[in-house]
Design a protein around this ligand. Structure first.
Ligand code: GLY
Length: 424
């Protein structure tokens, strides 16, 4: 919904009810307060280790995996990650700066600083962002966009300094080093038996390229982003607008294989993959104004809203997983979806439906069912996300990217309704 329409709608409600009762945003303030305190506590505990908090260590129940994957244990046992030592269970899981999730903790601190204006939060954001400087020289993953845009990208927005553009452009050069002209995509992974794997998640790395073009004046980075988005639009989506997780290409650009890696089956709709897709195409429309990207985002968003069957709008880890009490949720997918839908609510005439759905997600995530109490959850903000169920990894745990996109969504929400933390 266009901002002007929100204002007109709000005025109409006031006129009809004859009162100007203030909307209750306690849940927003509560979310920000809890997040800020959890993030600061974590920053203090991590101290000078040079590590980044990623999630918590969790085990898995083999029979539950069999039921969720609808396969016998023998068919997936070799893919399972090693179980954590019993004394590690439930403890904070740390990662190095080369982990794909390294940008999210500094990014969350940046959002907490943006909300509160607190200098201690800003100092922590700067400290953890600076740890990622070596990542701008790294070439072995496509996740450079996540890593550098969420950390340095937010730093540039909130505490600009003249060394940051260089970091972003150098990282973009390295990301473009993974681009194959013939195939028309950026290579995602360097492991596995695929010839040239591209995962839907890679749509999230394109924002860094758009940013590099604006900072450098060189259109090449944005061109690569557009070609990648176009190729992905052609091959990753099924007729029902759900997406494959992995599409691998032959050297001549034909498709080698379409598969899953983290979803229930090759043909299933892995929840976070759907969220990466809608966020990615909404961002491409924001950056290019190309209506084809908006149309794609709209179709994915409508599919998500019709396929997510849970009452609180927080999806199960895969839309095609058997639904029961034991089916793990993925709060991270919900948070990413909320970000995308809030942005889209300003892009289309009937954006109210996206705004309302995103608000519903945010209220669910801000409830005690998902928002951790202060001093719990090993310092993470949200509970109940799923990293990779087929690998027995990070099932029903906090994840630093769920926290990051929750805060980003809160920021987008507050901008749309026109409130600031100071007024709450
Ligand atoms: N990009 C990896 C994931 O979504 O789990």
């Amino acid at each position: 919904m266009k901002i002007r329409n929100i204002l007109v709608a709000a005025l109409a409600v006031v006129a009809l009810t004859g009162c100007s009762q203030k909307e209750d945003y306690t849940w927003v303030k509560n979310g920000i307060d809890r997040a800020t305190s959890q993030l600061l506590w974590t920053a203090e505990e991590i101290g000078e280790t040079g590590k980044i908090p990623r999630s918590t260590w969790a085990g898995y129940d083999e029979q539950m995996l069999e039921r969720q994957l609808n396969r016998e244990f023998a068919t997936f046992k070799d893919s399972l990650r090693k179980k954590a030592a019993p004394e590690m269970m439930g403890k904070r899981r740390l990662a190095t700066v080369y982990d794909w999730t390294s940008g999210f903790f500094p990014g969350s601190l940046w959002y907490a600083y943006e909300f509160t204006g607190r200098e201690d939060v800003k100092a922590a954001a700067e400290k953890f962002t600076n740890l990622l400087l070596p990542v701008s020289h790294y070439t072995k993953t496509h996740d450079l966009g996540f890593m550098i845009n969420c950390s340095y990208g937010n730093a540039l927005r909130l505490a600009p300094c003249d060394t940051i553009p260089e970091v972003i452009v150098r990282t973009a050069d390295n990301l473009c080093g993974r681009f194959d002209k013939e195939i028309g995509c950026i290579r995602s992974w360097d492991f596995g038996e695929w010839n040239f794997p591209v995962i839907i998640d890679n749509m999230m790395n394109l924002d860094l390229l758009f940013s590099a073009s604006k900072l450098s004046g060189n259109p090449y980075y944005a061109e690569v982003a557009k070609i990648h988005a176009n190729t992905t639009m052609k091959h990753h989506f099924r007729e029902d607008m759900t997406s494959y997780h992995v599409v691998s290409y032959n050297p001549d650009g034909t498709v080698e294989r379409k598969q899953t890696h983290q979803g229930q089956s090759d043909d299933s709709a892995w929840a976070r993959g759907q969220a990466w897709g809608v966020y990615g195409y909404a961002a491409c429309y924001r950056e290019t104004g190309d209506e084809a990207y908006l149309a794609q985002a709209v179709k994915i968003a409508d599919m998500i809203m019709s396929r997510v069957t849970t009452e609180d709008a927080i999806p199960y880890w895969d839309y095609d997983a058997p639904e029961s009490e034991e089916t793990p949720r993925d709060a991270s997918a919900a948070a990413v979806t909320a970000c995308a839908l809030l942005e889209m609510s300003t892009m289309v005439e009937d954006g109210e439906k996206y705004f309302a759905y995103a608000e519903k997600i945010l209220k669910s995530l801000s409830s005690d069912a998902y928002l951790a109490a202060e001093g719990t959850n090993e310092g993470f903000v949200l509970m109940h996300s799923t990293g990779s169920l087929p690998h027995g990894s990070e099932i029903d745990v906090p994840l630093n990217y769920a926290d990051y996109y929750y805060l980003e969504a809160l920021q987008r929400y507050m901008n749309l309704v026109g409130i600031t933390y100071a007024e709450l």
